[in-house]
Design a protein around this ligand. Structure first.
Ligand code: 13P
Length: 228
């Protein structure tokens, strides 16, 4: 069984969500599928057959934090997963390793499974070991059995360029050594139905984090249905 996560980012409409739910509910997948729509659409997923996640949460459960989403409330409305530290949140919304770590902690305390994203930028490709170690430093003394990590090289997101099998395996081996053998690791960046199988076959890859292709229902179905 593989973990197949859809990250819709800030895309989708009520009509699209309804159609997606209707069509995906007909899919009989043995994989663990998790859909992370925009927070405003989560309520539409009440009768969804698979799992629901949020794309972000705040590090506090309540208070004067206008515009933020409470992890406690996300749990209450049916989320079981939450993505934290996506590279777009780091780059556009100023999230830091410290703020990502606080969100991870809040997610764990609320029994949400955090999907922590890490990855190097194009100009950091040669130093990926240092970059990933730095992003993960705060996690190294923690219990990580309930945490999923996603390796998303920033240069691969939305570009159609994916790392070779060899480089994915090298990175994942490094991450396993750093985070412990029990940790589940996803790959994200330009995944589609053509390359998904090849990536899922890489050693230590437990699943995929999918952006653009998760908004194409037929594409997402094909990936969900891949046998493991
Ligand atoms: P794409 O699949 O569109 O490259 O996006 C990857 C991503 O950022 C998923 O979180």
């Amino acid at each position: 069984m593989k973990i197949i996560v859809a990250n819709w980012k800030m895309n989708g409409t009520v009509a699209f969500a309804d159609r997606f739910i209707e069509e995906i509910n007909l899919v009989d997948s043995k994989n663990l599928a998790v859909v992370c729509p925009p927070a405003a659409l989560i309520g539409r997923f009440r009768d969804f057959r698979y799992k629901i996640g949020a794309q972000n949460c705040f590090s506090e459960n309540e208070g004067a934090f206008t515009g933020e989403n409470s992890p406690k409330l996300l749990k209450e409305i049916g989320c079981e997963y939450v993505i934290v530290g996506h590279s777009e949140r780091r780059a556009i919304f100023g999230e830091t390793d410290e703020s990502v770590f606080k969100k991870w902690k809040a997610a764990i305390e609320n029994r949400l499974t955090p999907i922590v994203c890490v990855g190097e930028k194009a100009n950091e490709r040669e130093n990926w070991r240092e970059i990933l170690s730095g992003q993960l430093k705060l996690f190294l003394n923690e219990t990580l059995s309930e945490t999923i990590f996603a390796y998303e090289p920033v240069w691969s997101i939305g570009t159609g360029v994916i790392p070779t099998k060899e480089s994915i395996e090298t990175v994942f081996e490094f991450l396993k050594e750093l985070l412990g053998n029990q940790t589940r690791l996803l790959y994200g960046g330009s995944v589609n139905s053509q390359n998904a199988e090849q990536i899922l076959n890489c050693k230590n890859v437990s699943g995929l984090l999918i952006g653009g292709a998760s908004l194409k229902i037929d594409e997402f179905k094909k990936i969900m249905e891949m046998k493991r």
